[in-house]
Design a protein around this ligand. Structure first.
Ligand SMILES: [Zn+2]
Length: 467
């Protein structure tokens, strides 16, 4: 048996690892590589292996850097089953279509530019048709149900506590001598006490661990304080009759915020301020959250069983139509507008920022990671002037950062996870993936301090024998 690393090695995108067992290959995740446009296009288009030779795909969760290249995998000859949890399947159905739409629009824009230079047009990485076609290969499985992946190989999805449907994938391989080997792939590891989701599980008997390290060198704020802090911010802005503008990712962050606002309102800790979720994808994804109560933690499930909608309350409006979105521009009263994209690079959030960024009564609430070079990052750095749709705007609104909402385990969580997993001393080796180099190295060094087995930080293309 061998493990080959073909993505998210010393970087955080393009999650893709291959498990070679005799003459069969299992692919763990098939994410999109995200980075500079031309380089990512080539990397995503050309597979370093033959997709038709992959027997099965095990998918950890629906974030696009983990699932976003499945349409292309199927287009290039993969015919096997793609297993994931039932919630991941439904989220993929919405997100892969959305991704195809983005790919098609991007190429349309690029081809106009190429035509002016009399250069050859390019094709989208995949089309809407490809995205819809690949969904035929998906098989949704409930947590804890065992899947027969190959003869002598089974897989089980366990709670990862990262986003709705996210899973730790436990793969059990029976050897010829009757002994077994258990491999655990974390996908993205979440945190304890996240709103809505259950805590990450700790499976027993793991021998080989493939672990993410996005925040391998950072420690987050206490998630239990996030709701209290959010309440204080809302009260402050309500008192001065301002608006709160929140750029948020459609999957996870939007629903967590809505859920926390509902709890604060139910507990009368904040006034009945109108809340608008203004993004068609966020509205669709929230609908999927409503359908998958089997993924909820106890408090959210209790609420649901009492007949309450965790994502609905008196003052919330979900907006799909452009006209309704535009009507928000004329509103003068205090309100909260949650909109995508999360890094302020595209989408309706740009209109809301444009209309509200110059008023010092307003507040821009940052709840997610902002990559360098994005408008979101410039807002985080409080640049005095920012450009929106090519025009300069003075950043006069207040900016508040609530990083307690991160959906990734931090350095302490990751080290704690390894300790808990190795309680019985079964763990022999750890592969650290899905992190930039400083994060991987820092985490590796912390783990090596008291772990007796091997710790590897693989590079793209590395292959390791496993016994
Ligand atoms: Zn993720």
């Amino acid at each position: 048996m061998k493990i080959e690393f073909q993505g998210a090695a010393l970087t955080t995108t393009g999650s893709r690892h291959l498990l070679h067992i005799e003459d069969k290959t299992i692919l763990l995740d098939c994410g999109l590589y995200q980075g500079r446009r031309k380089e990512s296009y080539e990397k995503n288009k050309n597979f370093p292996f033959d997709p038709s030779r992959i027997t099965a795909l095990l998918l950890s969760h629906a974030h696009i850097d983990h699932c976003g290249n499945i349409p292309n995998l199927v287009k290039n000859g993969f015919t096997g089953p793609a297993y994931c949890t039932t919630a991941t399947l439904d989220l993929c159905s919405a997100l892969l279509r959305d991704s195809a739409h983005i790919q098609e629009k991007d190429v349309e824009y690029l081809n106009k530019k190429l035509a002016r230079k009399k250069e050859k047009p390019v094709e989208p990485l995949y089309t809407m048709e490809d995205a819809e076609r690949c969904l035929y290969n998906f098989h949704g499985v409930y947590y804890h149900n065992t899947i027969n992946v190959l003869e002598n190989v089974t897989a089980t999805f366990l709670d990862a506590g990262h986003i709705l449907g996210s899973a730790l994938t436990a793969i059990d391989v029976k050897n010829g001598d009757g002994k077994g080997h258990r491999i655990l792939f974390t996908g993205d590891l979440g945190r304890k006490d996240m709103p809505i989701l259950r805590n990450p599980e700790i499976p027993s008997g793991v021998n080989t661990l493939i672990m993410e390290s996005t925040y391998g060198n950072r420690v987050h704020g206490d998630i239990r304080l996030s709701e209290e802090k959010l309440g204080k911010i809302i009260n402050k802005i309500y008192a001065r009759k301002g608006k709160i503008i929140v750029p948020a990712f459609s999957v996870g962050r939007t629903q967590e915020l809505v859920y926390c606002i509902k709890r604060l309102m139910d507990g009368r800790q904040i006034p009945r301020i109108p809340v608008y979720v203004d993004s068609p994808l966020s509205v669709n994804v929230t609908e999927i959250f409503r359908q998958h109560y089997e993924c909820y933690d106890a408090p959210t499930r209790d609420l649901f069983l009492q007949g309450e909608d965790p994502f609905g309350f008196c003052c919330i409006t979900y907006i799909r139509k452009v006209e309704e979105s535009k009507e928000l521009n004329d509103m003068q009263d205090p309100c909260i507008i949650i909109s995508a994209s999360g890094m302020c690079e595209a989408g309706r959030i740009l209109h809301h920022l444009k209309n509200n960024i110059e008023n010092p009564r307003n507040l821009i609430l940052v709840v997610g990671f902002m990559s360098s070079e994005t408008l979101g990052r410039k807002i985080v750095e409080r640049a005095p002037v920012v450009r929106i749709f090519g025009e300069p705007y003075n950043l006069r609104a207040e900016v508040e950062i609530l990083n307690e909402f991160s959906a990734h385990a931090d350095s302490n969580d990751l080290v704690g996870f390894v300790h808990a997993l190795n309680k019985e001393g079964d763990l022999r080796r750890i592969f650290i993936v899905h992190g930039e180099e400083p994060q991987c190295t820092a985490l590796g060094n912390r783990i090596k301090a008291d772990f007796k087995g091997d710790v590897f930080i693989p590079k793209t293309g590395d292959i390791f024998p496993i016994d």
